[in-house]
Design a protein around this ligand. Structure first.
Ligand code: FPP
Length: 225
């Protein structure tokens, strides 16, 4: 049985769920947040040490302003209300992505949340915000050159946002779309990928557990036979 250290998730389908059941994309995001909380809980329960969630991509800025404002308000509200609970559960929060684009207020909330939880050991929650894999790779190469190091695999990895996480063992994408959308392109070179038809708010504990079990039974070769 394969051990699982790191699960990465593209949480797709909130908008469609919201329009279908609540007549509002934003209410789909609110429902998606409930799934986020449940999946964090299940990941802790399974003693998986790293969980990376794609919450906002560099391309998501193309969305209507109203939706962007709502998403960041939701994030603010979530962290303000729940950071103590996450901290008490031993969760370390790490933001991956470029924080420079965010408001001063949000930046402060994010930085304080990271600082507060930095020594926690039960689960590292990497929250991808204003994240794009291509931008991350360009940044890593530039940092490597600036430090006068050789551009090789190890040095690039040391300069990725995810430099303190192992590569994801598995990547899950909900929402019935089979693409990676500029998410962890380097880190998922050997990840097992699971595309799920269900929309993110409908993704439940049993769906998650089924995938984890399926993963555990896969024969992983890493290029060998
Ligand atoms: C993709 O669904 C989802 C997002 C771009 C946002 C993800 C946000 C959440 C899960 C809730 C908030 C999370 C935190 C951590 C505060 P989509 O909107 O692209 O769905 P669609 O494909 O149906 O349009």
């Amino acid at each position: 049985m394969n051990p699982i250290k790191h699960v990465a998730i593209i949480m797709d389908g909130n908008g469609r769920w919201g329009l279908r059941y609540r007549n509002s994309r934003n209410l789909g995001h609110r429902a998606g947040l409930e799934t986020v909380e449940n999946i964090i809980k299940q990941t802790l329960k399974k003693k998986i040490k790293f969980l990376t969630l794609y919450a906002f991509s560099t391309e998501n800025w193309r969305r209507p302003k109203k939706e962007i404002v709502f998403l960041f308000k939701l994030l603010e509200e979530f962290l303000t209300k729940k950071i103590n609970e996450l901290h008490n559960k031993g969760i370390k929060l790490k933001i991956i992505g470029n924080k420079k684009a965010f408001s001063k207020k949000l930046n402060k909330i994010l930085t304080n949340s990271e600082r507060k939880t930095q020594k926690n050991k039960s689960l590292q929650l990497n929250l991808a915000l204003n994240y794009g894999s291509k931008a991350e790779l360009i940044n890593a190469v530039n940092l490597t050159i600036k430090k006068k190091k050789h551009v090789n695999e190890k040095n690039i990895e040391n300069n990725l946002y995810t430099n303190d996480s192992p590569d994801p063992d598995l990547l899950i994408r909900t929402g019935n779309t089979n693409r990676l959308s500029n998410f962890l392109l380097w880190q998922t070179a050997y990840s097992e990928i699971f595309f799920v038809r269900k929309l993110w708010p409908d993704f439940k504990t049993k769906d998650y557990n089924k995938i984890l079990l399926k993963f555990k039974r896969i024969k992983r070769n890493f290029g060998n036979i």
